[in-house]
Ligand binder design. Structure first.
Ligand code: FES
Length: 163
């Protein structure tokens, strides 16, 4: 399953949990940001459609609160699953290793904006715990060595836009 499908499935679970109630919009937006890392136009349209709300209303709420990010935070996003299975299998050690190696804090981005470290709850890949998602790639049975190497590879493939 592609990462976007996994994320959409997670979002659907959140929508269902809130019974598709428009009164839960803020909580749903929070969860959506946790799942996707940011709220872009397509995602807001999707949420508006699911809750049967005018897109302008959803957009208005999102722009009103500064804690909602509407732009992709870093050029690359690594998302660690903090669900129970992944936690038990040591995802915290992987997160700590990423922070140290790339000098960034959880929830934040590197100074050059090339990498962001975000979190999510169970992505439905518990059999492959610990799971980490790098952009659109799910890394199952992840180790800190594998994850760091893969991050380095994608960062090397990133052109320096400041040049
Ligand atoms: S707890 Fe991480 S994939 Fe289920």
């Amino acid at each position: 399953m592609a990462t976007n499908d996994i994320r959409r499935t997670q979002l659907e679970r959140v929508l269902k949990k809130h019974n598709y109630q428009e009164s839960a919009l803020l909580e749903i937006l929070h969860s959506a940001q946790e799942i996707y890392g940011y709220l872009d136009r397509n995602l807001l349209m999707d949420i508006a459609g699911s809750l049967n709300l005018p897109p302008s209303h959803v957009y208005g709420v999102t722009t009103f609160y500064s804690f909602f990010k509407m732009k992709k935070p870093g050029q690359h996003i690594v998302t660690a699953c903090l669900g129970t299975a992944c936690y038990v299998k040591g995802v915290e050690q992987i997160v700590a290793a990423i922070e140290k190696e790339f000098n960034l804090k959880r929830g934040g981005s590197t100074a050059d904006g090339k990498l962001s470290l975000l979190f999510t709850r169970c992505i439905g890949a518990c059999a492959m715990a610990p799971a980490v998602v790098l952009d659109d790639q799910v890394i199952g049975k992840a180790t800190k060595e594998i994850v760091i190497e893969k991050i380095k590879n994608v960062l090397e493939g990133t052109k320096d836009e400041s040049v």
